[in-house]
Design a protein around this ligand. Structure first.
Ligand code: IDP
Ligand code: MG
Length: 135
């Protein structure tokens, strides 16, 4: 079964810093995801804490929020057939060391914290995350 979905993608500070924005966008396009919206923003640590609040009890939460607010990021709405899962597959595992060959995190990720991209993990969270940046 296929269904057209939207999902939120973020190009994180480590990738923007290394000028990977165009390469990552082209990778999505080549893999049949459309980029419906895109903007470059810099968020505050409080905004990052709100965005990542599901992780607030994790030991890495503070570092994660510091990191996402440490420099410019590009936030995008991707759309296509099963876009949520598709984007997760294109990103690869959270830890670049465990990511499959040909995935974004394998190609560009530096470490588990500097893993270059974010993608929503469910249709429900995609709606919440898209609203967070584009409402
Ligand atoms: P995901 O980005 O693959 O969905 P999540 O488990 O939702 O992974 O974690 C959110 C982000 O938090 C990850 O992308 C990664 O940057 C960071 N993170 C996850 N686990 C760890 C960890 O064990 N140490 C440091 N950072 C982590
Ligand atoms: Mg996640």
């Amino acid at each position: 079964m296929s269904s057209i979905e939207e999902t939120l993608s973020i190009i994180k500070p480590d990738a923007i810093e290394r000028n990977l924005e165009e390469k990552i966008k082209n990778f999505f396009l080549k893999n049949n995801l459309k980029i419906l919206k895109s903007k470059k923003v810099k968020i505050t640590k409080d905004e990052a804490s709100e965005f990542y609040k599901v992780h607030q009890t994790k030991p890495f939460f503070n570092d994660l929020c510091e990191y996402l607010s440490s420099g410019p990021i590009v936030v995008m709405v991707l759309a296509g057939d099963n876009a949520v899962l598709k984007n997760r597959e294109l990103m690869g595992a959270t830890d670049p060391k465990k990511a499959e060959e040909g995935t974004l995190r394998k190609m560009y990720g530096i470490s588990i914290d500097k893993n270059s991209v974010h993608g929503s993990d469910s249709v429900e969270n995609a709606k919440i995350e898209i609203d967070f940046f584009f409402k």
